[in-house]
Design a protein around this ligand. Structure first.
Ligand SMILES: *Cc1c(COP(=O)(O)O)cnc(C)c1O
Length: 434
């Protein structure tokens, strides 16, 4: 033990693996100062051993093997109470982050980022998919299928593989971000690139499921909505069941907006929260039929030919229209639209804070900033903005923004090409970053 650990109660040390010299834990040298050997950290002996140490670790987290480790199935009573086994990775348990730079950018007193991009396949879609594929297994489906702007298919492909059920995904050709399409292929789904829009894919897969007896898991699938409710339950739990003033989320097909409305309705009815936060659904300006209708108090139901860099919300005829209206009305909510430039600017701030998200996700923060500036959100408000997907989902958008766009956007981080000399490294280090 004494060779592996240092004396209890002392700081960690850095020990050279070549000569055995030890250096203080805060020594910044990358290798041994006397012989240039590699350094390894030696920790102090823990004050608890064996079962006592295990108990200490166990008491710090709520994760047990199996379903209880899931941030979805933790709320099983409100998701799918009768299921006795679950198709789970697990998923959920995503962090609630506070970053000063993003909060200042949004302009509100308290901004929290619920990072759903930290789910197993990199988006919140996993929360609905664990439930929908559990249901597919329960009903003995011979195959599962979905239409998708990318993240649903990536998630379905993964959960179907886990369950051992064949998966079929339909995506609009040329309109799916690289990270998402490659995930579907990697996880082994039959992937159809449809010459049409997302709305065409949805129509086709609906027809196919009716004709071919395939279990459909697109966003109108009610079990997916049940799973997605747990984003709200979990963020409320993380806040000690203190409701924020607003919850902001990007809105495409409106499944998530509907799920959030249902979650808040149920949480309030059960007395889990004593007031209902206001929902802010944010659309991309080029795909904003719901925002247009909201401005008209939902008197109209427009559809559009969608166009936006935020491919996850590039939807012109949202499927969950009516239940999303209910979610906005019941929460005294709002619907906003933001331009692609506003989305990319907010994304650059979120990314540069070390958090990172895909373009659609940044619409939530862009929307908070916009409605704060318009006076709809008060300056002293507490807001939770949901980041729906991971920064690596859309590497193409990042390359275009940081390396290719001409002129460079003000927040672009252009890489610097240099010759292989120390002098050039030194020159770059002493120059201002942008
Ligand atoms: C699916 C998705 C959305 C939109 O959610 P809807 O339920 O379709 O409104 C937003 N962002 C990301 C990253 C998504 O994958």
């Amino acid at each position: 033990m004494s060779e592996i650990f240092a004396v209890a109660g002392t700081p960690s040390v850095q020990r050279c693996e070549s000569c055995g010299a030890t250096w203080p834990e805060l020594d910044a040298s990358a290798t041994c100062r006397s012989c240039d050997g590699l350094l390894a950290i030696v920790q102090p002996t823990p004050t608890a051993h064996g079962a006592a140490l295990l108990q200490r670790f166990g008491s710090r987290c709520c994760t047990h093997p199996g379903s209880e480790a899931s941030g979805v199935w933790r709320f099983a009573e409100l998701v799918m109470p009768t299921a006795t086994s679950h198709v789970t990775h697990p998923e959920g348990n995503t962090p609630l982050l506070r970053r000063t730079a993003v909060q200042t950018y949004a302009g509100v007193a308290e901004l929290w980022l619920k990072h759903e991009g930290q789910n197993p396949t990199g988006s919140f879609k996993d929360r609905g998919m664990t439930v929908a594929v559990t249901q597919a297994a329960r009903v003995g489906a011979r195959a599962v299928a979905c239409a998708s702007t990318g993240n649903t298919s990536a998630s379905l492909a993964s959960y179907a593989a886990h369950a051992g059920i064949p998966a079929l995904v339909l995506v609009p050709r040329g309109q799916v971000a690289m990270g998402k399409l490659t995930q579907s292929l990697a996880y082994g789904a039959r992937t159809l690139l449809v010459d049409g829009s997302f709305d065409d894919c949805l129509r086709l897969v609906r027809e196919a499921s009716a004709e071919l007896g395939v279990y459909l898991v697109n966003s109108v699938n009610p079990w997916r909505i049940e799973g997605q409710k747990t984003i709200v339950f979990e963020l409320l739990q993380q806040r000690g069941w203190q409701a924020p003033d607003w919850i902001a989320l990007p809105a495409g097909n409106l499944g998530n907006t509907s799920a959030f409305g249902k979650a808040l309705r149920e949480a309030h009815a059960l007395g889990l929260i004593d007031r209902v936060p206001r929902l802010l659904a944010v659309q991309a300006a080029g795909a904003a039929p719901f925002a247009t209708a909201f401005a008209d108090d939902f008197a109209t139901h427009p559809t559009v030919k969608p166009e936006t860099i935020a491919t996850a919300i590039r939807i012109g005829d949202p499927a969950s229209w009516d239940r999303a209206i209910r979610a906005i009305r019941e929460t005294n909510g709002a619907v906003a639209s933001v331009t692609d430039d506003e989305i990319l600017d907010a994304k650059a701030v979120i990314d540069a804070a070390g958090v990172g998200c895909e373009p659609a996700s940044a619409a939530s923060v862009a929307g908070v900033r916009k409605l704060r500036a318009a006076g709809v959100i008060a300056p002293d408000a507490t807001v939770v903005a949901v980041l729906t997907g991971h920064v690596l989902k859309d590497p193409g958008a990042l390359i275009e923004y940081h390396q290719q766009r001409d002129p460079a956007p003000s927040r672009a981080n252009r890489p610097v090409e240099i010759g292989a000399t120390l002098a050039e490294v030194a020159r770059v280090l002493s120059a201002p970053a942008h």
